[in-house]
Design a protein around this ligand. Structure first.
Ligand SMILES: NC(=O)C1=CN([C@@H]2O[C@H](COP(=O)(O)OP(=O)(O)OC[C@H]3O[C@@H](n4cnc5c(N)ncnc54)[C@H](O)[C@@H]3O)[C@@H](O)[C@H]2O)[C@@H](O)CC1
Ligand SMILES: [K+]
Length: 467
């Protein structure tokens, strides 16, 4: 599991550790780790560190200090290191002295030629969009030069991943002590490049955010045993599609058939289309371990949603099924419930604007889970899954922008419903479903069809369970 911690938590752990260590020890650990990653990148790119031109962008705080001390280490190995300050009056004094003693220099403007730029403008002390002096430096980073971000890309909000205005786009981010949520959640995540965690010895409590990895997914996926027949492996029922949208039913069933359930049952007006594509489907009402309701349902079917929610069976509600949900009804349920809105649907469920959901996705998914007393999967470029009761929010690490295509959400709801039928909790079914769905899309690559994502799911399942 990859875990991430808020600034407040990291600061508290740092204070506790600093009190037990000599002054400056943590910064030296950070700088040593940062310099090692920079040196590795330079060796891969140009064979050696000696003679490399390294530019440090130096902010007024300790993030700049890390960059300066790391620059000093690179200068001692023969790199030509130039520090460019955001504010010449406010540079970490010890770091600047170390850089100068190692043969580095400070300059007022950004050199046009460089082999590497180190972004030490702002770390976890950054607030709001970059102020003009910082933004001006970021805009002058020469195109094509790799950037290593110190702790996080400057301009990315550490706690939320929000980016207000210009921000650094890094090839690598070297982060200290713990991942920050903003490194795992878009738009911040896509600015951070490859993540490298330097252990500085922090002792940390329960994380705010976590991201499943292959091993976690393998541990959660239901694997059939010799004694499991199709009913023991669970039956998932799909209530989806309408005369207007029969395709949503076909795609939800396509996802459900590949989610490990023993059988898939379909209830709705698109039975002919479903059977034509998926002859293995059971048709008509019957016993199931989990229901999926919503994809392509169209209007006027709230009664069917209410009927399913009144049953003591796991239910996933998606798309049109999410309209007008009553928080009191959901909160009263004891069987697992998973809601899978996109930002627009989430906004309607919260009674806020779509923009406000998109600007604060982490807060929005938490609020939804609390308000509806259910697990909530908020779709988007990084899909988030929250559960009621304040557990860490799960961030899906496998997404790809190509997944923003018609019908891909229908495949996901079928898949996650199938996992619910297999006995996973709402939050686990959502997080594992999003993980496999993203992996399948990555395997498919390029402009993709939702049907292809469904077809790649068995291979994604094998990748996660037998890496
Ligand atoms: N505290 C610790 O024990 C450690 C901290 N480390 C480093 O220290 C960093 C945190 O240092 P600081 O607390 O000094 O904070 P930062 O260096 O992140 O930045 C704070 C400074 O930036 C200015 N600033 C804030 N927002 C701005 C904006 N939007 N535009 C322009 N300027 C802005 C503030 O006025 C303040 O002077 C970490 O990210 C990490 O890199 C590491 O050395 C490891 C140990
Ligand atoms: K930075």
């Amino acid at each position: 599991m990859r875990t991430a911690y808020s600034v407040e938590t990291v600061r508290a752990a740092e204070r506790e550790l600093m009190a037990r260590l000599p002054e400056g020890a943590l910064m030296q650990r950070a700088a040593a780790g940062l310099a090692a990653v920079c040196a590795g990148l330079l060796r891969r790119r140009r064979g050696r560190v000696y003679g490399a031109r390294v530019v440090l962008l130096v902010g007024p705080g300790d993030n700049g200090g890390d960059a300066l001390y790391a620059g000093a280490r690179l200068a001692r190995r023969g790199a030509a290191v130039t520090a460019v300050p955001m504010d010449p009056e406010r540079m970490h004094a010890g770091g600047l002295a170390a850089l100068r003693a190692a043969g580095g220099r400070a300059a007022g403007t950004l050199p046009q030629r460089a082999d590497l730029v180190v972004d030490g403008l702002l770390g976890i002390g950054g607030r709001g969009g970059l102020r003009p002096a910082a933004a001006a430096l970021v805009e002058r980073i020469p195109p094509g030069v790799p950037v290593v971000a110190v702790d996080l890309p400057s301009g990315v909000d550490a706690d939320t991943g929000e980016v207000a205005g210009p921000a650094v786009t890094a090839e690598v981010t070297v982060t200290f002590g713990a991942y920050k949520p903003g490194l795992l959640i878009d738009p911040g995540a896509s600015r951070a490049g490859a993540l490298h965690l330097v252990d500085i010895g922090l002792e940390l409590p329960e994380p705010e955010v976590e991201a499943l990895q292959h091993a976690d997914v393998a541990g959660l996926l239901p694997e059939p045993t010799a004694s499991s027949d199709k009913y023991r492996r669970g039956v998932v029922g799909i209530v989806a599609g309408s005369a207007q949208y029969p395709g949503a039913a076909v795609l939800a069933v396509a996802g459900a058939l590949r989610g490990g359930a023993g059988a898939v049952r379909y209830v709705g007006p698109a039975a002919d289309s479903v059977l034509a594509r998926h002859p293995e489907t059971l048709i008509g009402p019957g016993r199931v371990q989990a229901w999926v309701i919503g994809p392509g349902l169209g209007e006027g079917r709230a009664g069917e949603v209410a009927d399913l929610l009144a049953q003591d069976t796991a239910v996933l509600v998606d798309a049109d099924g999410l309209r007008g949900l009553d928080p009191a009804v959901l909160r009263a349920r004891t069987a697992p419930t998973l809601l899978t809105p996109h930002a627009g649907e989430a906004a309607a469920l919260l009674g806020v604007s779509r923009e406000s959901v998109e600007a604060g996705r982490l807060a929005a998914v938490r609020r939804l889970a609390e308000r509806y007393g259910a697990a909530v999967l908020l779709k988007g470029s990084t899909t988030l899954v929250a559960s009621a009761g304040g557990r860490p929010v799960r961030v899906n690490p496998t997404g790809t922008p190509w997944l923003a295509t018609a019908g891909s959400g229908d495949v996901l709801s079928g898949l996650a419903g199938s996992l619910l039928a297999g006995g996973l909790s709402g939050a686990d079914a959502g997080a594992v479903g999003a993980y496999l769905h993203g992996l399948a899309a990555r395997r498919t690559g390029g402009p993709l069809l939702a049907q292809q994502v469904a077809e790649a799911l068995p291979a994604a399942w094998r990748d996660a369970t037998h890496p």
